[in-house]
Design a protein around this ligand. Structure first.
Ligand code: SAM
Length: 248
């Protein structure tokens, strides 16, 4: 049977792809891509002409059957997403799970992921961290999630898009306190890469004051609660977030 190779691709700079990733994409019989229109230019740049099939959140159930059939027939399949590592806030979970359940070899070709790239330059404690992916889009859901995290001692990492960066930072200031240390990593490896640090209050002000700082892709990292911080405040916020959902 074939192998499912889970291949990371660049998060910005198009040369951030290793020799083994390129070779794996070239040798695969088919590449399952989140958006074939997005992956095609990358393959062209790499000189790879392996055929593409779409595998996104809306067709993953049906596409998986076809790909399992290819693996069963002996074809190697490569899985990529639009940027970074598949499955990390990206499609691929159902395929990987189904391939493992069916007994196929699933093997990674590791490479960029925005969460690790951002943490590696943040200067926040990196020995223990939690990745929260995207916060809920609606203010109520976002605030209650942040309330649940107010007491977390590990460094917190969030993905954010340009639509909501300012609102999210404001809500983080509300949940974690104005003085909590944080870092906003924007457009990593791209032309307008910026890494801002300061208290959540500083960051809200800096981002609010400069519309350019609201554009692009962001990783927001917040220091965990320090042992010295007011524990009752964090606990109060957590309980409030839970109660708020229960109340009529
Ligand atoms: N699978 C990807 C990974 O491994 O990082 C993440 C895909 S997710 C749909 C896209 C989000 O990742 C963006 O909204 C942003 O939060 C983050 N991201 C991706 N590329 C980035 C970059 N170059 N700089 C900062 N954040 C980035």
């Amino acid at each position: 049977p074939g192998t499912l190779h889970v291949v990371a691709t660049p998060i910005g700079h198009r040369d951030d792809i290793g020799a083994r990733a390129i070779e794996t994409l070239r040798r695969a019989k088919v590449i399952a891509a989140e958006d074939t229109r997005h992956t095609r230019p990358l393959l062209q740049h790499l000189g790879v002409d392996t055929p593409l099939v779409a595998l996104h959140d809306h067709n993953e159930r049906t596409a998986v059957d076809g790909l399992l059939e290819r693996l069963r027939g002996g074809d190697d399949v490569a899985l990529v997403s639009d940027a970074g590592t598949p499955l990390i806030s990206d499609p691929g979970f159902r395929l990987v799970r189904a391939a493992r359940a069916a007994g196929f070899r699933v093997s990674p070709v590791p490479g960029p992921s925005a969460v690790v790239a951002a943490l590696s330059v943040a200067g926040l404690p990196s020995d223990r961290f939690i990745f929260e992916g995207f916060l809920p889009a609606k203010a109520g859901g976002r605030r209650s999630r942040l309330g649940e995290l107010a007491g977390e001692a590990r460094t917190l990492i969030f993905y954010e898009s340009s639509h909501r960066i300012l609102e999210s930072l404001e809500d983080m200031r509300g949940a974690f306190g104005a003085d909590r240390e944080a870092v906003v990593a924007r457009e990593l490896t791209k032309m307008f890469e910026t890494v801002l640090d300061g208290t959540l209050d500083d960051l809200v002000r800096q981002v609010a004051a400069d519309p350019n700082q609201q554009k692009g892709e962001f990783v927001v990292m917040v220091a965990g609660r320090e042992a010295g911080e007011d524990e009752r405040l964090a606990e109060g916020l957590r309980v409030f977030a839970i109660l708020k959902d229960e109340l009529p």
